[in-house]
Ligand binder design. Structure first.
Ligand SMILES: Cc1ncc(COP(=O)(O)O)c(C=O)c1O
Length: 396
């Protein structure tokens, strides 16, 4: 035996399993339930005192199925404690509610996942919390003047899931900590490839709906931390709000996680091949794929990430209109038109209207691609047959 830490695929195969508790079966059991019965009052009291642990007290506090999933996520994120949420969005918004009070201030990247922005601009605003949006690829020096005495939270999402800015997490988190703020990060893109706590993140958020679930049939989220104080804030917010995730979805996500490393390895390779194909097309101004040499953020990606997923953007030259991107996407046969990502199937989505930055700031009309598990030659052939429609109207 050596002390070398196990690789991701090994950890995903072994974490969260408890053979003895399930009569030797390989997989954790699926526990559904609300009421938990005790043998006597002393046993009940002992469980009730463990509100912040994986105690079995009532359905909303989770079951052994939830706890198995929490243990796997904490393990791969490099944290100590994890809370599961019903959706990725709930995993973004609940920690924000837990950390912020009326009169306080929050710093959000301008690339942030749209519904989180809506949450800040509506509910948080109504509750008296002010949000300032900062340029996602700013330096710590540029961010520092935006902190106010009442700033409590720095939120990160790296890379942005529509405009793909890679953030200098270490420098930005250090700046926030110097000013006494908590650092929350949406780490969904880098679930397998970015270790948030080594870079100073306090709470790492995952939309498990994406590559963890992996089959486009589950919605789930998680927030993980490595510090007791942040854990208490998170857990308290989840319990007070009655947050709960279906054990069936937790079980499906556990099942998805077992194969996540191999899926992501294949999807990363296929994604890079398709991204490189796009980079060579005359209609393309820029490919926003942090793992592609020469792409924006590539140097930071090389420094901080050990891999990539298969979600990236393509910005077209000014000759390509939004209508042209719609014709192109309509003509694709193997790419679904739809939101979300991380499943086994490829998707294409024109992103005008989704990104905070305007098309002119991005340089042109844009399409976001998610590359699935299809044969990459088939995907490229499909793109090739549709590409002329970017600049040419469909014949009547
Ligand atoms: C970056 C990012 N975070 C969070 C979410 C929310 O996840 P869910 O769809 O599970 O609510 C999404 C969904 O697309 C996302 O792209």
């Amino acid at each position: 035996m050596t002390d070398k830490p196990h690789g991701l695929a090994t950890r995903l195969s072994h974490a969260g399993r408890a053979g003895a508790k399930v009569h030797g079966f390989v997989n954790p059991a699926l526990h559904r339930g609300s009421t938990v019965l005790y043998e006597n009052m002393a046993q009940r009291s002992a469980h009730m005192r463990r509100r912040f642990d994986q105690a079995l007290t009532y359905g909303t506090q989770g079951s052994a199925t939830h706890h198995a999933l929490e243990n796997v996520i904490a393990e791969i994120e490099g944290g100590t404690r994890c809370q599961i949420f019903s959706t990725g969005l709930a995993a973004c918004t609940t920690p924000l509610l837990g950390c912020l009070s009326a009169g306080e201030h929050l710093l959000m990247p301008d690339s942030v996942y749209g519904p989180v922005r809506t949450f800040c601009d509506t509910m948080l605003k109504r509750l008296g919390v002010t949000t300032t949006y900062y340029r996602a690829d700013c330096t710590a020096g540029e961010l520092a003047p935006l902190f106010r005495p009442e700033t409590r939270v720095l939120y990160l999402e790296s890379p942005g899931s529509h405009s793909f800015e890679v953030q200098d997490v270490r420098a930005l988190a250090a700046c926030a900590h110097r000013l006494g703020c908590v650092v929350l990060m949406d780490n969904t893109w880098g679930i397998h490839a970015f270790q948030p706590f080594l870079h100073g993140v306090d709470v790492s958020i995952q939309a498990l709906t994406k590559y963890a679930g992996g089959h486009s049939d589950v919605l789930l989220g998680s927030a993980t931390t490595n510090a007791e104080a942040h854990w208490r804030t998170l857990r308290d917010a989840a319990l007070v709000l009655g947050q709960y995730a279906s054990p069936d979805d937790c079980w499906l996500t556990l099942r998805g996680l077992r194969t996540m490393a191999v899926r992501l390895e294949r999807q990363m390779q296929s994604g890079l091949e398709v991204a490189a194909w796009f980079a060579a097309q005359p209609e393309v101004a820029q490919v926003l794929h942090p793992a592609l040499p020469g792409a924006p953020g590539h140097e930071l990606w090389r420094r901080d990430f050990t891999g990539a997923c298969s979600l990236f953007g393509v910005v077209f030259k000014p000759g390509v209109t939004v209508a042209g991107t719609h014709r192109f996407v309509d003509a694709l046969r193997l790419f679904g038109i739809g939101a979300s990502w991380g499943g086994y199937e490829s998707l294409a989505l024109p992103t005008t209207g989704f990104v905070t930055r305007t098309a002119s700031q991005l340089g042109g009309a844009m399409v976001r691609f998610h590359i699935g598990l299809e044969d990459v030659d088939d995907l490229v052939a499909d793109l090739r047959q549709a590409v002329r429609l970017l600049t040419e109207a469909t014949p009547e």
